[in-house]
Design a protein around this ligand. Structure first.
Ligand code: PMP
Length: 363
């Protein structure tokens, strides 16, 4: 059979790629090289030298020619023990990004609807659309908290299969009111996923609610507390649900280097808590500094970053890049117009950032 024009790459994309994929944009992080990198909500702290050494020793011993343990059993057991959850209630992902995808793939079996408040982390919408689910976005209220009345009314009318609540939320930084989250967990018939990617910086967790709430799923990640390079996300839920989610998990999704490194981190975690406390202390200091600069309106944060508004975000962004400082520019029409997000760095990095801002914004 002769190939016709539709077998060219463009023709294949036109005819064979699903419409919902063609309609979305890939998740992208602008790549700009700056020495002061405050754009990715990572930890600014390197692994301590003694742990780096132990890590080297541990990685040398890995049989890289073999597949990793497909179930990451040792690591999963260690994580389960550390969090007080039974091992069969724990699922690991290649970052919580992967867990979001697994949830949407497996758990849109009834109404095929996924609900989340906006603005929030873009992967909920991206994954849901890519997988053909219907997305329902509910705007957050004036304080970037959950609009409970609208959310409950949509839940009642549309019965979403999945509800994603990032608390603390990205990019707004605030934790949602505990009562509003609880009310959603109690009223929803579908699954409520509380994404606790930043909860180490708020000191609050919904983990104790897992036992009594069968529709609650909690996600956490190692990415924000010093190990973004490992790509390890954790999901906690009832074993019945974890068993189903495990069916859409790719085998060997946690590679052997990450498994070994994460095991080591769990055995030596004192420095992690110390670094979290340092970030929280710096967050409060940077917030005070931002408040004191005229032309900046910072939003209070429970996370490891701060969202703030300026008069001309695009100008401030490029002037910061000129000074070798990279933050995240969220400027586009709507709720985040002229908003920017800065990740809390080391005290020195934070000083360079606030000094640069003062300089840029002083007439
Ligand atoms: N959830 C939220 C709210 C996030 O902000 C992020 C990272 N930007 C993630 C999940 C994904 O984290 P991970 O690195 O574990 O994939």
């Amino acid at each position: 059979m002769d190939k016709d024009k539709s077998a060219t790459a463009a023709g294949i994309v036109e005819r064979r790629v699903k419409r919902n994929i063609k309609e979305i944009e890939a998740y992208s992080v602008p790549h700009i090289d700056c020495s002061i990198k405050l754009d990715g909500n990572e930890s600014p702290f390197q692994l301590p030298a003694d742990i780096r050494e132990k890590l080297g020793e541990s990685l040398i011993g890995i049989d890289i020619h073999r597949y990793p343990d497909p179930e990451a059993r040792v690591l999963r057991e260690k994580i389960a023990r550390a969090s007080g959850i039974p091992t069969d209630g724990v699922l690991l992902g290649n970052g919580s990004d992967e867990l979001i995808g697994m949830l949407i793939l497996a758990c849109t079996g009834s109404t095929e609807r996924v609900l989340y408040p906006t603005p929030t982390f873009s992967m909920y919408g991206l994954s849901a659309t890519a997988m053909g689910a219907e997305v329902i976005e509910v705007p957050l209220d004036q304080n970037f908290d959950i609009d409970l009345e609208s959310t409950l009314s949509i839940i009642e009318n549309s019965d979403p299969d999945l509800i994603f609540l990032a608390s603390p939320n990205n990019p707004t930084g605030n934790a949602y009111s505990e009562d509003r989250i609880k009310s959603i967990i109690e009223n929803a018939q579908g699954i409520v996923v509380v994404d606790e990617a930043y909860s180490d910086f708020s000191g609050y967790t919904f983990m104790p609610l897992l036992e009594k709430n069968e529709n609650l799923v909690i996600m956490r990640t190692l990415s924000k507390v010093g190990f973004a390079g490992l790509r390890l996300g954790m999901l906690y839920a009832k074993p019945e649900l974890v068993r189903e989610l495990n069916k859409v998990r790719y085998p060997y999704n946690i590679n052997s280097l990450s498994q070994a490194a994460a095991e080591l981190v769990l055995e030596n975690h004192e420095f992690v808590s110390e670094n979290i406390q340092l970030v929280v202390k710096e967050r409060e200091r940077v917030f005070g500094e931002l408040k004191s600069i005229s032309g900046i309106d910072p939003f209070s944060s429970d996370a490891n970053f701060i969202l703030f508004r300026v008069e001309d975000a695009d100008r401030v962004f490029s002037e910061l890049v000129n000074r070798d400082i990279l933050i995240r520019n969220f400027n586009k029409p709507g709720r985040l117009q002229n908003c920017m997000r800065v990740t809390i760095g080391t005290p020195e990095e934070n000083n360079s950032f606030t000094d640069a801002l003062r300089d840029i914004l002083t007439p």
